[in-house]
Design a protein around this ligand. Structure first.
Ligand SMILES: Nc1ncnc2c1ncn2[C@@H]1O[C@H](COP(=O)(O)OP(=O)(O)OP(=O)(O)O)[C@@H](O)[C@H]1O
Length: 200
């Protein structure tokens, strides 16, 4: 069982490869870090592994099967910018319950206040919106989560609290996690192993 990328390669302009021959795998309950300099292709690799874009070379499998294009994605991607990931025309309660009905325990773990539920996304800070995106990704059917610079907008104390809550829920549910970050110290603290995109 694993989320695996085999010999992955991608480019946006024909034959101008961003990376090639990337072999990467994360198993249930494991935490893998993706590091690398700005522009090396971390977000591109995250999107390939989540099935948002198709690789120009190689393949992605989820538990030995090709990624299925069905309504619910077993691989969830949490973006750096939550404002791009929520529907601005929905109140936060709708944003959250589009995926499933989270328990009060999960809402409490991320310190989501009841009064935020009736607000529009624009009435919350980026960090507050991101907590909703994290809870939304923790659907009971999620098997793997890719967190792309998930806490970059938060202060150090809030960042630590969010990671503690997030990783303890992932461990308890055996969710495999890929943490994308340019912060090596964060990756060293959180991850079992680190893959450096771009190789250097
Ligand atoms: N949609 C796109 N069309 C064309 N080029 C793109 C597109 N998305 C990314 N790129 C280019 O692909 C390269 C890799 O981008 P990507 O966002 O994956 O890197 P990154 O490592 O996540 O960067 P950062 O750490 O700065 O967020 C960059 O040179 C970028 O300009």
């Amino acid at each position: 069982m694993s989320l695996t990328g085999e010999n992955l390669g991608h480019y946006y302009q024909k034959d101008r490869w961003i990376f090639k021959n990337v072999n990467i795998s994360v198993g249930p309950g494991e935490v893998l870090g993706l590091s690398g300099y700005s522009g090396c292709g971390k977000t591109t690799l995250a999107r390939l592994l989540a099935g948002y874009i198709l690789p120009k070379a190689g393949r992605v499998t989820v538990d030995q099967k090709p990624m299925e294009r069905r309504a619910f994605r077993p691989v969830q991607l949490i973006y750096q910018h939550p404002e791009k990931a929520v529907n601005p025309k929905w109140r936060m309660r709708e944003v959250l319950t589009e995926s499933y009905m989270p328990s009060q325990d999960i809402l409490d773990a991320f310190e989501i206040r009841e009064e935020w539920m009736n607000r529009w996304p624009i009435e919350l800070s980026g960090g507050e919106q991101q907590r909703f995106c994290i809870v939304r990704a923790l659907n009971p059917n999620t098997k793997y989560i890719i967190a792309d610079e998930m806490t970059t907008m938060l202060d150090a104390i809030t960042q630590a609290k969010i990671w503690n809550a997030f990783l303890s829920i992932c461990k308890s549910r055996d969710i495999g996690v890929i943490v994308v970050s340019h912060e090596t110290s964060l990756l060293k603290r959180l991850c079992d192993t680190i893959y450096r995109v771009g190789g250097q």
